[in-house]
Design a protein around this ligand. Structure first.
Ligand code: ZN
Length: 233
C-alpha cells in the first residue's frame, strides 16, 4: 500500500473517532434533560398527591366540626324543649331537632366517602414516594455518569485534535481539501474498492478506467460518491 493511502487511513481513523465523539457529545444534554424531567415529574406527582391528601383531610375536619356544631344545637334545643309550655312550640322544636339530625346524617354519609378518599389518597402518596425513593438514586447516578462522560469525551477530543495535527501534515496538499470536504459530510472520505470494482461507500460499480487507476494506487475518486479510492487488500 502506498504511503499516501496509509497516511490518509491513519488520519481518517482519528477524524472518524472525533466525529463519532462529537455526535455522542451532542446527545448528552438532551439525555440529561430527559432524566431531570423524570425527577421533576415524579416530584410534581408526589406534590399533587400530598395536596389531595391535605385537601381531603381538611374536608374531614370541616365535616366533623359541622357535625359537632349541629349536635350542640340539638342539645340546646332539647334543653329548651323541657322548659317550653306550649305544645305547638314543643312540636316545632322537635321538627327542628329532626331537621338537624337529618343534616347530621347527610354529613356522616359525605364523611364516609371522604374517609374512603382519604385512604386512597394516602395509599397513592405512599406508593409514589416509595417508587420515587427507589428510582431517584439511580436517575441521579445516571446524570452524574453522563456529566462525567461529557468531560471524558471533551478531553479525548482535545487529545485527538493534537494527535491529528502531525498526521494531517503528512497529507499531500492536492488531496487534503477534497478529504476535508468529504469529512464535513460526516462520512469516511476513503472507500475501499473490491475486486469486482464496487465502492464500499456507495455500493456502486466504478468505471473500468477508475478501476485501472485504483489498481495503480493513483489518487482517484469514486465516479459516483467522490470518495478517495483504494483497493481492498
Ligand atoms: Zn462510491
Amino acid at each position: 500500500m502506498r504511503p499516501w493511502i496509509e497516511n490518509l487511513l491513519a488520519l481518517q481513523k482519528v477524524d472518524m473517532r472525533i466525529i463519532n465523539l462529537h455526535l455522542r457529545l451532542k446527545m448528552i444534554p438532551g439525555e440529561i434533560a430527559k432524566l431531570k424531567q423524570k425527577i421533576e415529574s415524579a416530584e410534581t406527582n408526589i406534590a399533587e398527591a400530598k395536596s389531595s391528601m391535605q385537601k381531603t383531610g381538611l374536608e374531614i375536619k370541616q365535616t366533623e366540626s359541622a357535625i359537632t356544631e349541629l349536635n350542640k344545637k340539638i342539645e340546646h334545643l332539647q334543653q329548651q324543649s323541657s322548659l317550653v309550655k306550649k305544645n305547638t312550640e314543643y312540636q316545632a322544636m322537635l321538627i327542628q331537632i329532626d331537621n338537624l339530625k337529618a343534616k347530621i346524617s347527610e354529613h356522616e354519609t359525605a364523611e364516609l366517602i371522604l374517609f374512603d378518599q382519604d385512604e386512597a389518597n394516602k395509599e397513592k402518596f405512599k406508593e409514589l414516594e416509595k417508587a420515587f425513593g427507589a428510582e431517584k438514586g439511580g436517575i441521579e447516578e445516571e446524570i452524574t455518569e453522563l456529566i462525567e462522560l461529557e468531560s471524558e469525551i471533551k478531553a479525548e477530543i482535545k487529545q485527538l485534535m493534537k494527535t491529528r495535527q502531525p498526521l494531517e501534515a503528512r497529507i499531500d496538499s492536492a488531496i487534503l481539501p477534497q478529504y476535508k470536504r468529504l469529512l464535513q459530510t460526516g462520512r469516511a472520505p476513503l472507500a475501499k474498492v473490491n475486486a469486482s470494482g464496487i465502492c464500499s461507500n456507495c455500493h456502486l460499480k466504478i468505471t473500468p478506467q477508475t478501476m485501472t487507476e485504483t489498481k495503480k494506487e493513483a489518487v482517484v475518486y469514486c465516479d459516483n460518491c467522490s470518495c478517495l479510492l483504494y483497493l481492498e487488500q
